[in-house]
Design a protein around this ligand. Structure first.
Ligand code: NAD
Length: 265
């Protein structure tokens, strides 16, 4: 049994993951605004530093698993979405790498990305690069320059940056080579307080409702948590850099032939 750090553990997908992981016998160190072992505001640089320090202290610098689920979505302020979804994720991925490498077994990381990575059109590469370059000023300026639905852009951009971070780092010596399996899930519309906030909004509600989900209903937090639980276990020993879509078929429907993509040499 191990120590699993879960951000966003107080609600939705994070809370459902917590329930499953604790039932498996693991110790959970939750990070959230409330109802968590580490109470912190991940929207600020000070909050993120304090949270990282508190997690390292609570775990003694040895961690067997990490799930980054803290996040916000439209209609919340676009800067807040960018700051929590990306900077509040990156701080743990980068800051806990050494503690994950110190695990006695093969450590597992599951970053919670989104199918907005591939189903939201026109996310500029410059924005994704600014996230990955840790350039908060540029991120905020690019979002502000977007005239409408900047919240959606912040969401898709931050989640794509998370996916890119996973793809870039997972196969490297510092991650796969150091006994850490870094992967991500890309959920589609999942009925949580975050989605409900969007559904209740007069602008975003109709957009979410008109977005097709081939299997029918929205997903449940536990359906996503079941995949995260699997990706924290032995089944993921041979898995690195995967972005697993759990979205009722929306990604496949929107871009059936985009993936897998061949390449030429
Ligand atoms: P949720 O609102 O139920 O849970 C999100 C958690 O993040 C909450 O406990 C909240 O308190 C925490 N959080 C928010 N801001 C924070 C801050 N500043 N500091 C610390 N914690 C903070 O939502 P959810 O749907 O379970 O979202 C979990 C993750 O799943 C998010 O990253 C979200 O983007 C992602 N996701 C959700 C959906 C969906 O349709 N629900 C789809 C794709 C991806």
């Amino acid at each position: 049994m191990g120590t699993i750090v879960i951000t966003g553990s107080a609600s939705g997908i994070g809370a459902a993951t917590r329930t499953r992981v604790e039932a498996d016998g693991h110790t959970v160190i939750g990070v959230d605004l409330r109802d968590a072992e580490v109470t912190a505001d991940l929207s600020t640089a000070d909050g993120r530093s304090a949270a990282l320090a508190a997690v390292l202290e609570a775990t003694g610098g040895v961690i067997d698993g990490l799930v980054t689920s803290a996040g916000l979505g439209p209609p919340v302020d676009a800067h807040l979405i960018a700051d929590v979804n990306w900077f509040g994720t990156e701080v743990f991925l980068t800051g806990l790498r050494d503690a994950l490498a110190a695990s006695e077994g093969i450590a597992k990381v599951v970053a919670v990305s989104s199918n907005s990575t591939t189903t939201s059109p026109n996310t500029p590469d410059e924005l994704i690069d600014a996230f990955l370059d840790m350039d908060a000023e540029s991120v905020h300026a690019q979002i502000d320059a977007f005239e409408t639905f900047g919240e959606g852009l912040a969401y898709a951009g931050s989640k794509t940056a998370v996916a890119r971070y996973v793809r870039r780092h997972a196969p490297t010596a510092e991650w796969a080579g150091a006994g850490i399996r870094l992967n991500a899930v890309a959920p589609g519309a999942t009925l949580t307080p975050l989605l409900q906030g969007g559904l209740d909004d007069e602008n975003f509600g109709p957009m979410i409702k008109s977005f097709p989900v081939p299997t029918g209903d929205f997903g449940s937090p536990d359906q996503i948590a079941a995949w995260i639980e699997t990706m924290l276990g032995d089944a993921a020993d041979f898995m690195a850099g995967s972005l697993v879509f759990i979205d009722g078929g929306t990604d496949a429907m929107v871009r059936a032939d985009d993936w897998p993509r061949t390449f030429s040499m």
